[in-house]
Design a protein around this ligand. Structure first.
Ligand code: ASP
Length: 322
């Protein structure tokens, strides 16, 4: 819960975005509405808005990323910010500089917002606690802890396709739940928005024990998929497992892979989500990933406006919700 508190200032205003845990539903909806307003304002086209003019955004990624880093970079530049992509491999990190010294060095160059991805849980919170006045930290994924902008874009995508009444929806999250920051943030945001039913599924070894009584947990994928409106598939986080823990890919696909036959167990209008990167033929078959029920590329597009909304909220000028 400490990240949940650390992201607000004394007046209760959102100062950093670290987690969706205990995030007030009103604030989540405001961010989603701002994202929708930005989508309408830009008409889905490349169009610059001046909300972050004069601001500098730094992408500090200590773990690999395709979607998230590019999405933050484009989001910042579409808000007219200056963007710096910190290249860890070429940086003084390789000479032993601590992450806090890196932050202080970049702060001294008057950077305003740091987008941080790190393999250690809690690194964005640690930097937020040490950030100078007016400097904002956005967590772009820390260990298996949280990925709040992914959770927001997932909620945005579900609302876009299924409407605003989350209480009517049944959502299944499938795969490596234990190592997934995406699952954790999805659970937090969907719970806050009052989702009707939340089910999680995966091999017993990849299911956390602390999910609480409101979430149905099972290793039986066919049973979990029965009648759901949304299926969210997850990648096996091999990089967070010991070699011996990594399941055999073919065996995993046979038990937990989403193919057309299994998807037919969900509602006929169910949507299929995946945060990417996908491992086709492991957690998801191509016939589903590329099929008519897939909204996977919508998630990517929506990530852009959601990240614009988050950055505008933290360091932007003026009110963009109207
Ligand atoms: N891109 C997501 C993340 O960074 C999901 C994944 O890597 O599987 O957590």
């Amino acid at each position: 819960m400490s990240a949940a508190r650390a992201q607000f200032d004394e007046a209760g205003r959102l100062r950093h975005l670290l987690t969706l845990e205990a995030m007030p539903p009103r604030l989540i909806l405001e961010l989603l509405d701002t994202a929708a307003a930005l989508a309408a304002a830009t008409g889905g086209k490349v169009k610059k808005l001046p909300l972050l003019r004069g601001r500098t955004v730094v992408n500090l990624f200590f773990e690999p990323s395709t979607r998230t880093r590019t999405s933050f970079e484009l989001a910042a530049s579409r808000l007219s910010a200056e963007v710096v992509n910190f290249d860890v491999a070429q940086s003084s990190t390789t000479k032993g500089e601590t992450v806090l010294d890196t932050l202080r060095t970049l702060e001294a160059m008057h950077c305003d917002l740091f987008v941080v991805r790190h393999r250690e849980n809690g690194t964005p919170e640690y930097l937020a606690r040490h950030a100078g006045p007016g400097v904002a930290i956005v967590n772009a994924g820390d260990g298996n802890h949280a990925h709040p902008t992914q959770g927001l874009l997932d909620a945005y995508t579900i609302r876009h396709h299924k409407g605003p009444e989350f209480g009517r929806l049944r959502v299944a999250i499938v795969g490596d739940i234990a190592h997934s920051r995406v699952a954790r943030s999805a659970i937090h945001v969907l719970t806050a928005l009052g989702v009707g039913e939340l089910r999680v599924c995966g091999p017993a070894a990849l299911l956390p024990r602390d999910l609480g009584p409101a979430i149905a947990v099972s290793s039986d994928l066919d049973a979990i998929l029965d009648g759901v409106d949304v299926v969210m598939m997850l990648r096996l986080q091999r990089e967070r497992m010991r070699e011996t823990e990594v399941p055999d890919a073919a065996d995993y696909h046979a038990r937990y892979g989403l193919d057309r036959r299994r998807l037919a167990l969900a509602r006929p209008d169910a949507i299929v989500m995946h945060p990417g990167p996908m491992n086709r033929g492991v957690e998801i078959a191509s016939e589903v990933a590329d099929g008519p029920q897939s909204v996977i590329l919508d998630q990517v597009s929506n990530g852009l406006v959601v990240r614009m909304a988050v950055m505008a909220r933290l360091v932007g000028a003026g009110n963009v919700a109207g």
